[in-house]
Design a protein around this ligand. Structure first.
Ligand SMILES: *[C@@H]1O[C@H](CO)[C@@H](O)[C@H](O)[C@H]1NC(C)=O
Ligand SMILES: *[C@@H]1O[C@H](CO)[C@@H](O)[C@H](O)[C@H]1NC(C)=O
Length: 451
């Protein structure tokens, strides 16, 4: 106990960050089991929607769509493992009348669909009906124009009760309804992402002098597809950052000792998406860790990550969080850019947007959305730190997803926080075979080859 207190005191004294966890590849459930899980989560979302309607003063919410012209909220209403698109004309009406089953759900192209809707409308008799039309927010703007015209023409006397409310689509899509079970699956996905990045940014995947950023991007695609069987919502990108004194990555795309590597990567499974950015470093022959300046760059960016995580107080708008984080950065004398976004059923999902990469200020639409407890956010940002060895300011781009922890009442990292740069340790050969290297050796030059 006393010993751990001492460690605690020492670590806080030195400002040492928590050691990052080691990840392992782990099997996801069978697709059949994934579908079962997703269907249970979707059911819980159905049960939640009436309370969202009441919060915004609505009695019903109608979503009408056709195959391939789905509403943007559709994905949040079905299991992605077995339902890929809407069929025929697909209609959902969620409502607040407990004596009538909600949602009314009908799939049909014939007139009987409208008759059935009319019947349900007369039973529920909603005073205020929401539809998804919004100028700013995609998740609340899923009613296609033609579909909307037809719907209104079919609503008869109820057409006058229709209006739009942005919050309903946003909160429905944002809601993480599967509790601990869904979170445990999300953690499982995230651990696989970490395991993949740890392997990708190591000598097992990187061959110095041979591997390019593009090679590694395709390597990641194959690993996620074939090693643990998931898709993705964007192709991973790998970047090489190096000293301006060396040939640029455009001139020499092959990874070199001393390169700082960056990856932006996410996977998709069970209707969930992840988004992660990590850094790696290729050790030089005489190094056992990256230069102190690069480690400092990572730790500066870690501080920004913690600012965002802590300022994400439920009820604050994205713009308010952004302003608080900017003040924290100013106080700490740290430079950087903040561009964090909600994540879940969509990679860039519904909820509070905290800055954008190309707009470091208030964000129209998403910036006014509030931080919610029951949703996830991708804390995405770049710390900017001067690297004396390179003579430039370098962006340290990091991204890590957070969830609301009921016990600590804060947003916590889904799997962990990268506090150590992943290391590629090339197998340097110090053998001096050739005549020239022998001569060079005699002259006192250090000649080292990588395999
Ligand atoms: C809608 O349903 C009501 C009540 O059942 C009925 O009186 C009315 O005729 C129906 N309207 C249409 C257009 O079918
Ligand atoms: C490693 O070797 C390089 C030359 O190859 C030198 O510039 C650098 O200072 C050395 N670094 C350390 C930590 O010894």
């Amino acid at each position: 106990m006393r010993f751990s207190l001492l460690i605690l005191a020492l670590t806080s004294l030195l400002g040492v960050l928590a050691k990052q966890p080691t990840a392992h590849y782990r099997d996801l459930p069978t697709l059949r089991k994934q579908d079962e899980l997703e269907k249970a989560w979707v059911q819980k979302r159905y049960e939640l929607i009436p309370s969202i309607l009441k919060k915004y003063g609505y009695d019903a919410w109608i979503l009408s769509m056709r195959e391939y012209a789905e509403d943007t909220a559709f994905r949040a209403l079905v299991s992605s493992t077995t339902t890929f698109s809407a069929r025929r004309r697909t209609l959902f009406m969620f409502h607040t009348d407990p004596s009538v089953p909600s949602p009314f759900h009908y799939v049909e192209l014939k007139e009987e669909l409208w008759e059935a809707l009319n019947e349900t409308l007369h039973k529920v008799d909603p005073k205020k009906i929401a539809v998804n039309i919004d100028e700013d927010m995609a998740f609340s703007d899923g009613l296609h124009t033609g579909e909307g015209r037809l719907l209104l023409s079919k609503l008869g006397p109820y057409a006058d009760r229709v209006s739009s409310e942005r919050g309903i689509g946003v909160e429905t899509v944002a809601a993480r309804v599967g509790g601990e079970e869904q979170l445990s699956m999300y953690k499982l996905m995230m651990e696989n992402v970490w395991a993949m990045v740890q392997e990708g940014f190591s000598e097992r995947a990187v061959e110095v002098g041979k591997t390019t950023a593009e090679d590694l991007e395709w390597w990641f695609r194959d690993v996620m597809r074939w090693r643990f069987g998931t898709g993705t919502w964007f192709p991973p990108t790998v970047n090489i950052y190096r000293s301006p004194a060396e040939p640029s990555a455009e001139e020499d795309p092959y990874m070199r000792p001393g390169d700082l590597l960056h990856v932006d990567i996410g996977i998709t499974a069970m209707g969930m998406n992840t988004d992660t950015q990590h850094l790696g470093y290729i050790l030089r022959h005489n190094e056992t860790s990256p230069p102190a300046s690069l480690i400092k760059g990572l730790h500066d960016a870690n501080k920004l990550q913690d600012f965002v995580r802590k300022q994400m107080v439920p009820g604050r708008t994205g713009d308010e969080v952004f302003a608080k984080v900017s003040a924290d950065m100013e106080k700490a004398g740290l430079k950087g850019r903040i561009y964090s976004h909600p994540i879940g059923d969509y990679g860039h999902s519904a909820g509070a947007i905290i800055g954008m990469a190309n707009n470091q200020g208030p964000i129209s639409g998403g910036g006014q959305n509030k931080v919610l407890e029951n949703y996830w956010t991708s804390v995405e940002l770049a710390g900017v730190t001067y690297i004396p060895e390179w003579g430039i300011e370098q962006a340290f781009e990091l991204e890590e997803d957070v969830y609301w922890d009921e016990k600590t009442k804060t947003f916590e990292w889904v799997f962990g926080q990268q506090t150590e740069i992943h290391l590629v340790k090339p197998k340097y050969s110090h053998k001096k075979h050739s005549w020239l290297t022998l001569a060079a050796g005699k002259l006192g030059w250090e000649v080292v080859k990588w395999q």
